[in-house]
Design a binder for this molecule. Sequence first.
Ligand code: ATP
Ligand code: MG
Length: 561
Amino acid sequence: MSTPTITEAANERSLNFLEEIIEVDLASGKHKSIITRFPPEPNGYLHIGHAKSICLNFGLAKKYGGRTNLRFDDTNPTKEDTEYVDAIKEDVQWLGFNWAEELYASDYFQQLYDWAVLLIKKGLAYVDDQAQEEIRLMRGTVTRPGTESPYRNRSVEENLALFAGMKNGEFKDGDKVLRAKIDMAHPNMLMRDPILYRILHADHHRTGNQWCIYPMYDYAHGQCDSIEKITHSICTLEFDVHRPLYDWFIEQLEIFPSHQYEFARLNLTYTVMSKRKLLELVKNSFVSDWDDPRMPTICGLRRRGYTPESIRLFAEKVGVAKRDNVIDLSLLEWCVREDLNKRANRYMGVLNPIKVVITNYPEGKVEMIEAVNNPEDESAGKRQVPFSREIYIEQDDFMENPPKKYFRLSPGNEVRLKYAYIIKCEEVIKDELGNVKELHCTYDPETRSGLGSSRQVKGAIHWVSAAHALPAEVRLFDRLFTEAQMDNIPEDKDYKDFLNPQSLQLAKAYIEPALANIQTGINVQLERLGYFILDKDSKPDRLVFNRTVTLKDSWAKIAEK
Ligand code: ATP
Ligand code: MG
């Protein structure tokens, strides 16, 4: 069988560059099946950028009948915690993916140590007594070669003894490091005798005090991949300069040749994504917690009302790029609308209520009015909505002095109450300060929806029956930051200078009684207002809803251009 070239494989279907590579590797027999991994460091909660990486790694393995490991990259004991491990597992599963194996870099500490000993024996690693800062200063610059350490030419025996001493706790933190012996004049700065191990007398969340030396990322990552026989090790672009080092270790150790491939990391407008910054937002109470619905974390998005489907759709739409770019936050919002439009039942609720008394409607009368639960899904059925003489409508749906083409309620004008009647505003009742207190309207009994009335009005507004409505706290969110390009802020500024003071607004809403027994995790649409989800802060006598997203689709306009 002849081996197809990358271009031939790509021409058959539109493939992303990773799919092209994998198809060629499978067709050529280089790999019988593929193994990918998702390698989070358990030092924070996962965010939407990680979701992109998860969808990619698990998605590729699924598409090509391979498998994906979940590997915790737990080589920094001081920053890591089992709380994060548990949260990461929950988030990956919630996104809809199952890992083949749950693994930890710390499981390989002994193997990594043995390989370091092997490198020493091959004359390819040495113990350096210089401080990390000194080592950094002697690395040279891009244009100037580095300077060799005075400890570089220690004998193999001395290095073996010292490295064993490091492991056995004979030295203090920072006293010594193990370095690879490569080339201090290498054009790639990372190849100038990189540090493999540092001394850290710290308790590890899994290995306890068993180790007091810990491997550096570059030394650990590729070898972990190799141990697991990862065929395609996918990471973000900034790691492309690390690839020669990744390959160097694998070659010198003559172990399974995993390969690293880089794609563009996800950046989003109005969003910061580094775990360090997200942790800082939590610690300084700029947000309530990691799962604050304004956070770009997966748990924050989940609490906000995002669905796994919407996030997977987003990952697919973003695609796999080889150049860094910034994705518009509105694409994420478009994806959740797209998904919720199909699945969310419709209800009525009023965020900023104003009372309407229908003066010619009999006192005490209640009519049950039929409403369709979801026009996109017939199987969602219908429900009965109570209608009575006193209702709430949205303050915005009334204007005392409306401009032309205002088709909602105004003095002397008519509007349709959705699913119910046409009403006409007869009188505006004000308090002593001149604020509108309530509206007195009349209704036309002939115009009930669905009964074939020929009368038409231009506007239709939502409402709830005052006597039946449930009070609810509704949390309305705006972007967490005011600046679109958060990666590109002026140097004299801090990202926290751009926090949006309006990012959370509370509304005291009234919602229709059918929502009394709604459960946490069920997405609903409040007609004309957006998609909402019951928050975990909710109590039976105090409902709390989060607005996931408004209904307006500003992305569509952008996409049409
Ligand atoms: P952060 O910089 O936010 O702290 P990280 O890269 O240090 O993230 P890791 O836990 O090391 O976080 O990441 C696990 C995996 O997720 C890595 O393979 C990493 O490349 C990937 N990843 C992290 N952030 C993004 C992103 N914004 N877009 C795509 N992939 C990402
Ligand atoms: Mg990292």
